[in-house]
Design a protein around this ligand. Structure first.
Ligand code: 2P0
Length: 332
């Protein structure tokens, strides 16, 4: 008999946005990336997840945003925790996002970071943040980074078993507060998931080798920019990494086009604003939303400018947020 009783816990985690992007896996089973990446964790938008274990084996139940959801990935993530704890209890998972799910707003990052923290706590597993990061990575690569707040780096790692492919915090959000205006241009779920897109890219894009070969220089430049609080340098390397990742994916067969017309219009608008002296740059993930990263004093003007771009449905304003953390209850 296990020494612990089934319990319940609730955790919150925020999405993160990569400034130096993750794209491509060197091991799909363990979710090990071809490249390291560097991100900022957001505030305001979040996933809140309650995990309740129930004694006795059986199917897990998952509710996402009030609807019953089939999620093999949730079950697989919980299996990692059950194996650690030596139990076979099934779980009831209740999760909600206060932002559009699966539209390039990194809901899998916040979702799996919150799931693993709540699940570990509900099983009484006292896991250090690095181990939680590795477990979250197994569910979804970018979730490794949402365990931490502020500026975060996820190391590619060298070990075949992935034990060194974990995220760590680079700089606290209070040390260099940045702001992000997210221009939502579509709330439809994306047509090609990141996992499938990465697989297709690695198999068919002629630029895959160049992508991997140039990543370390981008990471070094971004790390230095973060350490020096050098916004112009961070802007340059971040837009480069974003456009390089999309060029890589565009060159897959068939090519992956994650942008719509409003996405491109927002990117041009951000560059116009920067040309006028505003401290702002863009980044875009595997979806059509544009994230405009700026100094906090520029946020109202950046958000207002993006709201006027035709095709922009909504602009969400965020600052930098904390890492995954436990909260009192699902509706606290
Ligand atoms: C990133 N993206 O670094 C990159 C940039 C999207 C574009 O991480 O297959 O949902 O679950 O590991 O983490 C999105 O990919 O993919 C992502 P899986 P994930 O943020």
């Amino acid at each position: 008999m296990p020494a612990i009783a089934p319990g319940s816990a609730t955790a919150e985690a925020h999405p993160n946005i990569a400034l130096v992007k993750y794209w491509g896996k060197r091991d799909e089973a363990l979710n090990l990336p071809c490249v390291g990446s560097l991100s900022i964790t957001l505030d305001r938008i979040r996933t809140r997840t309650q995990v309740t274990f129930v004694a006795g084996a059986g199917a897990d139940g998952v509710q996402l945003n009030g609807k019953t959801s089939e999620s093999a990935r949730v079950g697989a993530g919980l299996d990692l925790l059950r194996a650690r704890a030596g139990v076979d209890w099934r779980a009831e998972v209740v999760s909600d996002n206060n932002f559009p799910t699966a539209a390039g707003l990194a809901s899998s990052a916040s979702g799996f970071a919150a799931l693993m923290l709540a699940g570990a706590q509900a099983l009484g597993l006292a896991l250090p943040p690095g181990e939680l990061s590795a477990l979250a990575r197994r569910c979804s690569g970018s979730a490794a980074r949402s365990i931490f707040g502020g500026f975060v780096e996820w190391a590619r790692g060298e070990c075949a078993d992935g034990r060194d492919s974990i995220a760590h915090p680079l700089l606290d959000r209070a040390e260099w507060p940045l702001a992000v205006a997210i221009a939502v241009t579509s709330v439809a779920a994306k047509s090609v998931s990141s996992t499938v897109g990465m697989r297709r890219t690695a198999a068919t894009s002629p630029f895959q080798g160049a992508w991997v070969a140039t990543q370390e220089a981008d990471l070094a430049a971004a790390r230095a920019a973060v350490a020096a609080h050098d916004f112009a340098r961070l802007a340059e390397v971040s837009e480069h990494s974003c456009l390089k990742m999309h060029a890589l994916a565009l060159a897959a067969r068939p090519g992956l086009i994650y942008w719509n017309g409003a996405t491109v219009a927002c990117m041009h608008r951000v560059r116009e604003l920067r040309g006028q002296g505003m401290p702002v740059f863009f980044t875009v993930d595997a979806g059509p939303q544009v994230k405009a990263v700026c100094l906090p004093e520029a946020l109202p003007a950046v958000a207002a400018a993006l709201r006027e771009v035709p095709g922009v449905l909504e602009v969400i304003e965020c600052g930098l947020g904390a890492g995954a953390h436990l909260v009192a209850g699902p509706h606290a």
